[in-house]
Design a binder for this molecule. Structure first.
Ligand code: BMA
Length: 367
């Protein structure tokens, strides 16, 4: 029996997306004319609306004593339930993963009464210091969910892979990318003959996003850099890493990635967008110069690590377009923001450009 939580909130409430400048110019003929809003005036933050009932889950909701819960992988189960595989940080500082299930993705959470996926250092020494930050992908060919997560030990953070059908038992593949490496997700299908894994190795040359290929999910090669952290004052200058698993669209694989900026007050974790070629996913078609989602609310600015939004999972509604983005806030809670894949893509097509270049808009390049 799990712990049942009912916050009594039904569905996500989308706030009015119409920008204030638009209302001023359209509705007040007597006032000084205001220029029509440009796309940048509308603001990328309008692409995602925070759920009014945020945070969805905190450590106080847990059926046992914990420090915090954050950075959850997400999936919609065949039953229609939303399952979040949550990173749970114990008061020791070490993390494990626990499943929370909800009929509507926002309330009435049933949380596993014990850790769903506890570290097992005796059999998996790479988990001596815990398991963190899962991403979940349904892989039809395997008839399994692929869970990629950080395994942490004195050897450093590494990427591990496990397969599961039910989130009760897991088949552990062990470390698939050695330290230091994090922020990994599998693509849901093979590219040609190969599985593809996106991950973020830490090297002396920086923390960039890479993709690697394998025919058996155990031996990985053909490593290629996919997206480079920028430098200097950029919002994604210090390091970048994959957010949730990639979203397949007719235009390419849509990536939501986190970028880190080091400031005098600490690090800021924000989210940006990039698009990659379907058949050659290491080829970046478009990348946003601006972040689209960043910490602004008290629950994102204050907590164990303030100034962090860290999405690891999403679900799509039946229309295939409405996006429920689950993110960790301030390493302290699990929150939800909703948007539309089509809006993110449209914004990226007008605001993005091929990585490292500025060559006009998507439409200009595709005439
Ligand atoms: C990253 C990861 C995340 C964490 C973030 C902010 O390096 O460890 O788990 O949310 O830092 O602290």
């Amino acid at each position: 029996m799990g712990s049942k939580l009912g916050k009594g909130k039904k569905g996500t409430k989308r706030t009015d997306r119409t920008p204030a400048v638009d209302l001023e110019s359209a509705g007040n003929p007597g006032t000084t004319p205001v220029a029509a809003p440009t796309p940048s005036a509308i603001g990328p933050q309008r692409l995602l609306d925070r759920f009014d009932g945020n945070p969805l889950l905190t450590g106080r909701d847990w059926p046992y004593t914990v420090n915090t819960v954050f950075n959850a992988g997400a999936v919609r189960l065949p039953s229609g339930e939303t399952l979040l595989l949550c990173r749970v940080e114990a008061r020791s500082g070490l993390s494990h993963l626990s499943a929370a299930r909800s009929p509507n993705g926002v309330s009435e959470w049933t949380i596993d009464p014990e850790p769903t996926f506890a570290p097992d250092p005796e059999h998996r020494p790479e988990e001596t210091w815990g398991v963190e930050d899962p991403r979940i992908v349904w892989v039809s060919e395997l008839d399994r969910y692929a869970v990629t997560h950080t395994s942490y030990s004195p050897g450093g953070p590494a990427v591990s892979l496990a397969l599961t059908k039910d989130f009760h038992t897991f088949e552990h593949f062990g470390v698939v990318m050695p330290p230091e490496d994090k922020d990994a997700a599998l693509l849901p299908r093979r590219i040609g003959d190969c599985w593809a894994l996106i991950h973020r190795p830490h090297t002396s040359a920086g923390d960039h996003i890479w993709i690697s290929y394998s025919t058996d999910l155990r031996h990985w090669g053909s490593h290629k850099m996919m997206l480079e952290a920028r430098r200097g004052p950029w919002w994604d200058a210090v390091k970048i890493g994959l957010g949730p698993p990639l979203i397949e669209t007719p235009d390419g694989w849509l990536m939501l990635y986190h970028g880190v900026r080091q400031t005098a007050a600490g690090c800021l974790y924000r989210m940006g967008l990039a698009l990659f070629e379907l058949g050659t996913p290491e080829r970046c078609l478009l990348r946003s110069d601006e972040w689209v989602f960043g910490p602004t609310t008290p629950y994102e600015l204050m907590g164990d690590v303030g100034g962090v939004v860290f999405p690891c999972g999403y679900t799509l509604e039946e229309d295939g377009d409405t996006l429920n983005l689950y993110y960790g806030a301030a390493d302290t809670s699990i929150c939800l923001a909703t948007g539309r894949v089509s809006d993110l893509l449209a914004w990226l097509k007008t605001h993005g450009h091929p990585d490292g270049e500025i060559h006009g808009t998507w439409s200009e390049r595709h005439q």
